[in-house]
Write a protein that binds this ligand. Sequence first.
Ligand SMILES: [Zn+2]
Length: 354
Amino acid sequence: MTTRHTAPRAGLVLALVVLGLGPTAPAPGPVGQPGARDQPPVGVAAGIRGDPQRVTTEETATSSMAPGSSAAPEMTGDLATRPPLAELESTPIRRPLPTIPKGAVPILYYHRAQAPPPAYTSWSRARQRSFIAYDVLPVALEAQLDWLVAQGYSTILPRDLVAHWTAGSSLPPKPVILTFDDGFHDWATTILPMLRTRHMVAEFYLTLDAIRSGAITWREVRMLAAAGNGIGAHDVHHVQLAGLGSGRPAASPAVMWAEVSGARRVIAAHVGIAPDSMAYVGGGFNPDLERLVQKAGYTTARSIRRGIVQTVANRFELRVVRIGPKDDVTDLMTGSLVPDLPTFAARMHGVSDR
Ligand SMILES: [Zn+2]
């Protein structure tokens, strides 16, 4: 079936979770692993101190993982009582599409590429929604990459953007940056082969908690780097450091520094290349955090603000295009897609409503 999907669009529903920092506090993370609270943080966390903080982040929903996967799901804290996720329907196609501004560099924002298991249809609706909320079907990702190739896009990395801004190096005529957040085995097993086949590269924003939980290994991360992909940082503990909910304080500068600088140092030690880019967990940032990100040695940072135009003034607030898990998908279980991916095409034109 390839009938066009015209259901109402999803709204953005933020999940709440109680996160803590420091050796004596619960260890938060996108991958919310059983036992994670009992283990010392990876590598660098000895210097991390801070009071447990309740934070708001759309990304915390990535804590629900596939049953049976090596990193099994476990709702913790407020995740267990969070508001239900909105319906994850395909976005209505808007025509005519807006003109793509000159100098646009879409940064596509993904997490994990995974198809629902056969048992998915027997799950509760809530479980179904939380499973797919931050995923992309492998067949959809593959079609999107093919669309980019067919349309003449070339993948670049954040560092290429910086070289263009600071050293005047040229960019390809239609540059695009692919980004993947958190850390999953499928980065190496599913996504890497897709990229290689098409001579593409991506920036993988790794949180160290994903290593600790076993959601991905250093060997897999090194494979990605060896293939020319960028390894960016995404905190030690997947903690939203700023931009918290109304009335809630940002993390202290010491905690920010430990998360931001610590993640960079550990990744450099294990991969052999210091990350030049980081992604704000939950998309939250403030001037203090931006300053520390720059001080730590990063040359860009990716927000989750929507947009396709990047500027040197916003190099620490790069804009993104969010790819919805059901964009152009007409049947989740069979992976049937709308021909020519009109929703994806709209997103590449800056149409972004999630
Ligand atoms: Zn994340």
